[in-house]
Design a protein around this ligand. Sequence first.
Ligand code: 2GW
Ligand code: MN
Length: 296
Amino acid sequence: RSRVRNMVSPEKLLYKQPSVLVGRTDVVSVTPWLAPIVWEGTFDPVLVDNIYKPMNLTVATTVFAIGKYVRFLQDFLETAEKHFMVGFHVRYYVFTDRPHDVPSVNLSQGRHLSVIQVPGSNRWQEISARRMEIIQTTIERQIRREADYIFCLDVDSKFHARWGSESLGRLVAVIHPGYYEQTRDRFPYERRPASTAYIPMDEGDYYYGGAMIGGFVEDVYTLTKVCRTRFEEDAGNSIEAAWQEESHLNRYLLDNKPSKVLSPEYLWQDFKAKTKEVKVIRFSGVIKNYADVRPN
Ligand code: 2GW
Ligand code: MN
C-alpha cells in the first residue's frame, strides 16, 4: 500500500508568502542531515493540510493499555479526536488484556478503532519488549493493508493542540522534553558496550522519546523488527537496556536518521513547566501515581 504521492500545490489556496529571511531564529529547525525539526511557526497548517488531504491517506495509531493502564484510554482517545490528524482517516489499534474496559468514545467520521486482545503481564520488561513485537506482527497481519502512515504512542498521555499533517514523514521521531538542553554525554543512552543499544559518550544526535515512533508503515515495520531482535538478543545475554525500547530506539535512530524530527511541542511532560521556545504544547505525558497504575 503506497498512496503517498508528490506534494501538489492546492489549487486556488491563498496563503502567506514564504520567506527566506524571516522565521524562527530562537530554535534550530533543521538537522545537520537536513531533516526538518517541526516547531510552531515553521509550517503553515492550512497549506500542509491542503497538500496532504487530496492524497486520501490513512494514519494508523497504536496504543497499548495493559492492566491498569486502560484508565488512560478515555482521555487519550477523547483528546485525540479533538486534535490528532483531524480531517484525515485514522485507525486506532488498541492493544489490551482488558477489552471490556475499553471506553466507548464517539469517533468522528472516517475514524475507526479496533481492540486487539493481547496477554497481560506483570513485568515491565515483557510489556516493553512485546510492544515492538506486537506492532511488528500487527503491521504484517493488517496495518500494512489498512494504512499509509503509523504513529505508535504511549497511552499515559493527552493531546492539547493540533497534531496534524506537518508530522508526516518517512521516519519520524520526537525530541524528548527532558534532555534537549543537555550535551550528548548527559543523555541517558545505554552506555554498556555489552548491550546492542550501546552508544559511546562522543556519539548521538538528540535524545529521542520512546513515547512516539512514526512514519511510513514499512519504515516503522523495519524499526520495530530491528529493535525487537536486539531487545531479545540482549535478553539472551541477561542485559536490559537502561530505558528499554527507548534505548534501542535511540541506537536505531543514530544509525538510521529520521527524515523528520518533531520538537518537544509533540512530547511534553505535565510536570515540566513550559519553556520559552515551546509556543504550544501539543501532546504530553500525564502525571501518574506509579503505585496506582503499575503492577505490583
Ligand atoms: C508496567 C510496569 C512498569 C511500567 C509500565 C508498565 C505498563 C506500560 C503497563 O502496565 N501497561 C501498559 O499498557 N504500559 C504501556 O507501555 C503503556 O502504553 C505505556 O504508555 C507504555 C510505556 O510505559 P510508561 O508510560 O509507564 O513509561 P514512561 O512514561 O516512563 O515511558 C518512557 O519510557 C519507557 C521505557 O522505560 C518507554 O520507552 C516509553 O515509550 C517512554 O515514553
Ligand atoms: Mn508514558
